[in-house]
Write a new protein. Structure first.
Length: 155
């Protein structure tokens, strides 16, 4: 009897990967929420302040443990996936983890501009304009001016 030669991860290892991924995904989702929706609703803010000092501190703590955990899990898994033949299903948590981690280095300013382009500046357009001008974000200033915000507003 011939086997395919594919060796998979143990069920416990795969479940650990999914659990770490889910916990890290909650942290990343919260960070993206602050960088997008909360920024749009409340105006420019310090990312992470609301999470670390608000009612959602447990998300910050669990996510801060899960993120390094998923990196370690990912490193060990990738070594095993590369060195041994493995089933396609074993790649799924690794690929999801890589995609999740790829969202973290995106700068806050990129998310801020993305939200303004998609949803508009909302009621804080003038605040965004002042902040963008003070930080020499010319592209963002141009975007806000094109949306009708006056550079000479009083406030």
């Amino acid at each position: 009897m011939e086997t395919s030669g594919a060796v998979g991860f143990s069920e416990a290892w795969t479940i650990t990967g999914y659990l770490l991924f889910c916990a890290a995904a909650i942290l990343v989702a919260r960070i993206l929420y602050e960088e997008t929706i909360l920024t749009w609703l409340s105006g420019p803010l310090t990312v992470g302040f609301a999470m670390a000092h608000g009612a959602l501190a447990p998300i910050f703590i669990v996510g801060s443990i899960a993120l390094p955990g998923i990196l370690l899990w990912l490193a060990v898994s990738l070594m095993r996936l590369i060195w041994k033949k493995s089933r396609l299903l074993d790649w799924i948590p690794a690929i999801l983890s890589i995609l999740l981690i790829a969202l973290l280095p995106v700068p806050y300013e990129t998310w801020e501009e993305f939200v303004v382009r998609i949803a508009g500046p909302g009621s804080h357009g003038s605040d965004f304009l002042v902040q963008a001008a003070a930080q020499d974000k010319r592209r963002f200033v141009t975007l806000l001016l094109s949306k009708g915000y006056d550079i000479n507003y009083e406030g």
